[in-house]
Design a binder for this molecule. Structure first.
Ligand code: N7H
Length: 395
């Protein structure tokens, strides 16, 4: 079993001689992030800059133009490798005249055993994604369903649906980010700073601190529903694990910090205006090995690991780039009397937030970097029809 997705960056389309002007987001005042490319927009995303490179402090493979991305997924390394060889043959990769060059190949993996479905910090992921009108069952409690055009071009909800070229419908923009996670450091931070509270052991205080950074327990249970004690059966129950909207906690941070990762990236009841254009479909996977005993003992990372973050939307400017810059990195978001601070997981900038301690939510705590961006690019993932009839023929 395997699946292949092919997508192109703006420079890839230019190189192929394809006019991609109908992919520009009309509502963007400044430069469209897809057209500019992620490297150019990296400083605005908050990524650390490397003075000698005069660009972001990224892995060298990303500090250059990348024309496309081929995603190969499958149930085993063997079947994925087989597909990779097939693709290389099609493009003559190991011949004298290859038509594509491999710049970087990154292997993603689900985590082993009980950690399957959990990202490297240990939290269950992939719980909350937009429910799409016309595709999904819409009667599960949770955030309001969105129009299909929020994710797929050419449909209601795609603000530019009427101007898309015929080949540009039925596609989606892919924001890819190469995000390293300092897992031993994260664990050490939790262990050294447990929330002190009646009835909690230091271990439980550390678990609570992590849960308040994310907005969910490692099991997936939302802290807005169960603020001080994990409820693993709730975490994995799709009929209940998205049934919250922070409305019981509008102006206090007792149940959930305003800056908790899932509150920053999907503020639910905190925003009254329709923000469906900011929703995105997340489809990332982990990379890198499990934490070794040495790393655990030292609380220091020796082997790179993290998330191959991937999310789909019909506008990078309104989706990923907006959520990272205007929400996660914005100290005043969501707008509250008490300043929320940065998203403790992905926020880039002066990393401080309030609300971590439920009994003293006004305390502002400065946090080390837990997630370090080391690359990425914006791509457009076209439909099969577009690939076959337009892009493969250069028409
Ligand atoms: Fe996030 N994490 O483990 O802490 N994320 N995320 N994310 N994220 C979510 O609800 C994580 C990143 C969103 O609808 C969960 O499915 C990590 C970026 C959005 O309630 C967990 C990294 C961006 C949601 C994590 C990372 C987002 C979400 C809970 C980086 C966009 C849904 C599981 C290494 C700019 C919110 C779930 C909702 C959920 C984690 C990156 C966005 C556990 C470790 C870069 C929209």
């Amino acid at each position: 079993m395997s699946g292949i997705n092919v997508s192109f960056s703006h420079c890839g389309f230019v190189k192929m001689g394809i006019d991609d002007s109908s992919l520009v987001t009309t509502s963007v005042k400044d430069e469209d992030p897809f057209i500019a490319g992620q490297r150019k927009g990296a400083a605005a995303l908050g990524d650390a800059q490397n003075k000698t490179l005069t660009g972001p402090d990224w892995a060298p493979e990303f500090n250059r133009d990348l024309d496309g991305l081929i995603l190969i997924s499958g149930e085993s390394h063997a079947s994925i490798f087989k597909e990779k060889v097939k693709i290389e043959e099609i493009f003559g990769v190991h011949t004298e005249h290859p038509s594509i060059h491999e710049i970087i190949c990154i292997r993603g993996d689900v985590r082993p055993g009980d950690e399957d479905g959990h990202e490297h910090f240990g939290f269950l992921d992939g719980i909350s994604n937009p429910t799409i009108i016309g595709f999904d069952k819409t009667d599960n409690p949770g955030p309001a369903p969105v129009n299909p055009g929020v994710i797929v071009t050419g449909y209601d909800g795609d603000a530019d649906k009427d101007k898309r070229a015929p080949w540009a419908v039925d596609g989606s923009f892919l924001a890819f980010r190469y995000l390293f996670q300092n897992v031993p450091e994260f664990n050490e931070y939790l262990q050294k700073n447990p929330i002190i509270r009646d009835g909690l052991t230091p271990e439980e205080g550390s678990e609570l601190l992590g849960a308040r950074m994310v907005g969910r327990w490692k099991s997936g249970a939302p802290i807005d529903i169960t603020p001080f004690k994990d409820d693993p059966s709730l975490g994995t129950d799709p009929s209940r694990n998205n049934d919250f909207d922070f409305s019981g906690d509008v102006n206090s941070q007792v149940r959930c910090p305003f800056a908790a990762h899932v509150r920053k990236t999907n503020p639910r009841h905190d925003l009254q205006a329709d923000f469906s254009s900011k929703r995105m479909m997340r489809r990332g996977i982990q990379f890198g090995p499990e934490v070794t005993q040495k790393e655990r003992e030292e609380g220091r990372t020796h082997h790179g690991r993290g998330l191959l973050f991937a999310c789909y939307q019909t506008s990078i400017a309104n989706g990923f780039a907006f959520v990272q810059t205007a929400w996660a990195n914005e100290v005043k978001f969501p707008p509250k009397e008490q300043e929320p601070g940065l998203d403790p997981i992905i926020g880039q900038g002066y990393r401080a937030m309030s609300g971590l301690n439920p009994d003293h939510p006004e305390d502002v705590r400065q946090l080390p970097d837990f997630v370090v961006p080391r690359g990425g690019e914006y791509f457009f993932s076209p439909s099969l029809k577009a690939l076959k009839e337009t892009l493969a023929t250069g028409a």
